[in-house]
Design a protein around this ligand. Structure first.
Ligand SMILES: [Zn+2]
Length: 233
């Protein structure tokens, strides 16, 4: 998911409330879709929540690390505390993390596939510590091995990730793709096959974010199980 340019140079009053007051008192839960956007983590992970809160977001997506580097710095305890404090202060109701752009669960080359599994495990561990329930991940690209092989490989990889993270509250939300190159996951049927292929994948949610099939920069996300890919197949 690309980052949005939603940050505003000045504060504005929005129809859904005064931003300053929202920061002081979290909004009461109400039914209906949540409005949110991907926010930058420049200055710290908690800054993504503050940025989202400042423009009235009810939901925020963020990277929990650099999106274009394999190197991963461990989360410090004070980062986790600052994140929790910002969440409480802003009243952000729904959180998603997006994985970095480098893992490819469908990679036909074993070294890259295995590295992708390790990275996704590490990212899911970060989500678990931060209290983020979903890690948005792309199914990957088959790299010429064919769609069926790609789906099988991605299912195996995601199964390994979920097996390693058994007992976690956080899980993976598969994001559909635009289908460039040899990407898989550009049809819901493929996502359904991924989720149905191996038992652990039943813990995986299918994610539909607007960077692929809706209006950007806003996206809606319902925290129900009704969008599980296994039910959409
Ligand atoms: Zn994405």
């Amino acid at each position: 998911m690309q980052q949005t340019a939603l940050e505003l140079p000045h504060r504005r009053r929005y129809p859904w409330g005064c931003l300053a007051r929202r920061a002081a008192r979290p909004p009461a839960p109400r039914p209906g879709p949540l409005l949110g956007a991907h926010q930058s983590i420049a200055g710290g992970l908690h800054r993504a929540l503050e940025r989202g809160g400042s423009i009235g977001c009810q939901a925020v997506q963020l990277f929990t690390r650099s999106a274009r580097q394999w190197a991963l710095r461990p989360l410090a305890e004070d980062e986790v505390r600052a994140f929790a404090a910002a969440r409480a202060a802003t009243g952000i109701r729904a959180l998603l993390a997006h994985d970095s752009y480098l893992p490819n669960p469908a990679a036909p080359v074993e070294s890259l596939r295995a590295r992708s599994v390790r990275e996704l495990i590490a990212e899911l561990e970060r989500c678990e510590r931060l209290g983020i329930p979903y890690l948005v991940a792309h199914p990957g690209a088959h790299g010429g091995a064919g769609e069926d092989a790609g789906v099988r490989t991605a299912a195996r990889s995601l199964g390994e990730v979920l097996e390693a993270c058994r007992g976690f509250t956080a899980t993976i939300a598969l994001e559909n793709t635009a289908g460039q190159g040899t990407q898989i996951g550009w049809r819901f049927a493929q996502l359904g096959r991924l989720c149905a292929r191996e038992a652990p994948i039943s813990r995986t949610d299918a994610s539909r974010t607007s960077c692929r099939c809706g209006s950007w920069p806003t996206w809606t996300w319902r925290r129900t199980s009704s969008r599980r890919a296994s039910r959409m197949a």
